[in-house]
Design a binder for this molecule. Structure first.
Ligand code: NAD
Ligand code: IPM
Ligand code: MN
Length: 333
């Protein structure tokens, strides 16, 4: 990545539920591995709603804008599920403000090595929504071809660095947006003759992921399909406790966060698996700071801890703290 000067500022968003528990483990390992990085914490999510009335306070947003990377723990709290102001809104706003349109969700295990490239700032999440006079409630799936093109291009670029196979997942037998999506995919594919491309309907894609996940290399798909399929891909490769993600735009800071949520059912018990948060931290070291060596060291230490100190979600009995100690011991060697 050239000799460009890289910054050192990481904004950490502790979030809700198990968020602060797993973020603390990541902060501890960064202090060990990359002590020159400057970590600052900002309010976000339910904690921010309680303190300021909004999930993404102005100070948090401006700190994120000027950061070199954002290390984000999950947000979400049952207390706000039915409220008008919800933690998840701040998260969607942050993604949109930073225009991190490409959400990379790798899933690996044994012979499975796939990368979901999920469109993150369009589609059903961001289309017109509301209530009609008769009480009908609606959300609409909207995409401009340029939004699809930049995402799909990112997918082809990444496939060129991997096994050169793109599966584009859509619902073109029903949805107009999917028909356009498919057209754009094949236009972009003309620029990447070395990469094989395949279209797959989303219902079949779910079945194929569950029955033969090893067939996939890069999967490009729209926001909502990618949300659902990435939890399935995580389940196929060891569970949500292991699955990291990186959300990237064109320049500007990326957001690095686990695929999983705030897990209110186990929050406060000290048993959350911090592996997904640590793997997201490794993605940050590599993709935001060009520190691949440290990223690999962290990933290897996580793998070793998964073998020696599995947490409860993996059938073991290691606490978050015991897992963290195991990672730290490997890093210190
Ligand atoms: P979830 O991912 O929080 O939990 C699903 C199941 O997986 C739970 O049984 C949980 O205990 C388990 N789990 C998840 N992460 C784990 C970990 N690291 N270690 C051990 N077990 C783990 O999904 P949910 O229950 O549907 O959602 C809870 C809240 O999280 C909701 O408010 C939702 O909106 C929010 N959420 C936030 C994000 C995010 O901030 N990125 C992502 C997904 C969900
Ligand atoms: C995720 C989460 C979010 C999403 C929610 C919490 C808004 O499920 O990051 O996968 O749907 O994008
Ligand atoms: Mn999700």
């Amino acid at each position: 990545m050239g000799g460009a000067q890289r910054g050192t500022r990481v904004v950490c968003l502790p979030g809700d539920g198990i968020g602060p528990e797993v973020l603390a483990v990541a902060q501890r390992m960064l202090a060990e591995l990359a002590p020159d990085l400057e970590l600052e914490e900002q309010l976000f999510g339910a904690a921010a709603i309680r303190a300021t009335g909004t999930s993404l306070p102005d100070d948090t947003l401006s700190a994120c804008r000027s950061a070199d990377a954002i290390l984000k723990a999950p947000v979400g709290d049952p207390e706000f599920d039915a409220a008008d102001v919800r933690p998840e809104q701040g998260m969607l706003q942050l993604r949109a403000e930073l225009d991190v349109y490409a959400n990379l969700r790798p899933a690996t295990r044994d012979h499975v090595d796939l990368l979901i490239v999920r469109e993150l700032v369009g589609g059903l999440y961001f289309g017109a929504k509301g209530v009609r006079e008769d009480g009908t409630v609606f959300d609409t799936c909207e995409y401009h071809p340029s939004q699809v093109e930049r995402l799909v291009r990112r997918g082809f670029e990444l496939a060129g660095l991997r096994r050169a196979h793109v599966t584009s997942v859509d619902k073109a037998n029903v949805l107009e947006t999917s028909r356009m999506w498919r057209r754009v995919v094949h236009e972009v594919a003309d620029d990447y003759r070395d990469v094989a491309v395949e279209d797959m309907l989303v219902d079949n894609a779910a079945m194929q992921l569950a029955s033969s996940p090893q067939q996939f290399d890069v999967v490009v798909t729209e926001n909502m399909f990618g949300d659902i399929l990435s939890d399935l891909a995580a389940a196929m490769t060891g569970g949500l406790g292991l699955a990291p993600s990186a959300s990237l735009g064109d320049g500007g800071p990326g957001i690095f966060e686990p695929v999983h949520g705030s897990a209110p059912d186990i929050a406060g018990q000290g048993i959350a698996n911090p592996a997904a948060m640590l793997r997201s931290t490794a993605l940050m070291l590599e993709l935001a700071f060009g520190r691949a060596g440290e990223a690999r060291a962290l990933e290897a230490a996580v793998d070793a801890a998964l073998a020696s100190h599995p947490t409860r979600d993996l059938g073991g009995d290691a606490t978050t703290a015991a897992f963290a100690d195991a990672v730290a011991r490997t890093l210190a060697r």
